[in-house]
Design a protein around this ligand. Structure first.
Ligand SMILES: Cc1ncc(COP(=O)(O)O)c(C=O)c1O
Length: 375
């Protein structure tokens, strides 16, 4: 059986058109963008065009877009800046955040620089917005609120406009990890009340190792990585030129085909839901899977049996790629902090299936057929 890739929340395959756009910068257009001669001017131009294109799509200003090495660096930059440059003394976050956020916030807390508070989680995996307001209201210090737009493990989508408005009311800084939604949802950053958002192109058929950090123009911070004057003195280091070109192209393609891709992928997700329900007894879905949820992610709780304990292993030997939790921790097998936070049912085995425009219903049929024998 050919490999079936149902782990698109971990990463996606590169779109051939993205590769094509990157190729000249991997070959003949190799100049350092900081060089003043023609080779350098040509690659500098490519970066600035990429920035303009990304800014236009997100309805931001080019000066608000900074290229980074990915979601992790972008979130680390924003969180550190909020604490060290913007005087935030308390971080309000949730136990469901990606480790790029949680571990960064917890480290700054551990070294005694900030207090940390976790917003309550409702039974459907959404944050309790009333509790968020309580935390903001009770805080005597300036707060950084860092809450993700969509959860990479269960798919839940948070109303970041509502969160942003609360932050405005209480004069808090708002950072949102939007790694799972940039390239999948439309953003209007002129209107969205947010100070920082993040993106990583490998989540929407772009290259790995390149991301963006949006910094609202009213915010003035120091660089997180010090060195040369790249990215207008905000992020030192020779630019990932072909990555940046690929980021912009991937975002352009994702945006142009958004409606079609969204409908196609949503159908695959609901088809898999139906097939699982029809074929496997006592199957559950985590989070708000039918409501405010990513159309790409389906987190499935299978009943725990002697056989199903080997589920991930069995999927792998059957050439089916899926994740037990967050892809970024797969292999470590520490269990998922997200699943632990929403459910303490030890009699379930969770598998995250996540889809892209390259998946088909035939693949779903094959996977469900195989799963029947594995439970
Ligand atoms: C929600 C979320 N945030 C942050 C990251 C980290 O992004 P990167 O791997 O590009 O650093 C990921 C990657 O899985 C993610 O899903």
């Amino acid at each position: 059986m050919d490999r079936i890739y149902f782990d698109n929340a971990a990463t996606t395959p590169l779109d051939p058109l993205v590769l094509e756009s990157m190729m000249p910068y991997l070959t003949e257009k190799f100049g350092n963008p900081s060089s003043i001669y023609s080779y350098g001017r040509e690659t500098r131009m490519a970066i600035e065009n990429a920035r303009k294109s990304v800014a236009k799509i997100l309805n931001a200003r080019p000066a608000e877009i900074f290229f980074t090495s990915g979601g992790t660096e972008s979130s680390n930059t924003a969180i550190n800046a909020a604490v060290y440059d913007l005087s935030c003394k308390r971080i309000i976050t949730s136990p469901l955040e990606h480790h790029a956020t949680l571990h960064c916030a917890e480290y700054i807390n551990k070294i005694g620089i900030v207090e940390i508070s976790y917003v309550k989680i409702l039974s459907n995996g959404h944050i309790d917005i009333t509790d968020l307001e309580r935390l903001l209201e009770e805080s005597k210090e300036k707060c950084l609120v860092t809450l993700m737009h969509a959860n990479n493990e269960i798919g839940n989508i948070t109303d970041i406009e509502a969160v942003g408005n609360l932050c405005k009311k209480y004069n808090a800084i708002f950072h949102s990890d939007t790694v799972q939604t940039v390239g999948h949802y439309n953003f209007d950053l002129r209107k969205l009340p947010v100070h920082f958002i993040t993106g990583a192109s490998h989540k929407f058929h772009g290259p790995k190792g390149v991301g963006i950090l949006y910094i609202n123009e009213n915010i003035k911070i120091h660089p997180f990585i010090n060195g040369g004057s790249q990215e207008r003195n905000m992020r030192a280091g020779t630019e990932n030129l072909y990555g940046i070109v690929g980021f912009a192209k991937a975002l352009e393609l994702a945006t142009a085909n958004h409606e079609t891709d969204r409908e196609y992928i949503s159908n695959i997700k609901s088809y898999m839901q139906k097939k699982l329900r029809g074929n496997i007894a006592n199957v559950y879905f985590n989070g708000d899977y039918d409501g405010k949820s990513l159309y790409t992610v389906l987190s499935v709780a299978f009943p725990k049996t002697e056989k199903s304990e080997m589920l991930l292993f069995n999927l792998d030997i059957n050439n089916i790629c899926a994740s037990g939790g967050s892809a970024c921790s797969s292999g470590a097998d520490a269990g998922s902090h997200v699943i632990r936070a929403i459910s303490n049912d030890l009699n379930q085995i969770t598998v995250r299936f996540s889809f892209s425009k390259y998946n088909t219903k035939e693949e779903v049929d094959l996977v469900v057929e195989k799963l029947k024998g594995m439970i």
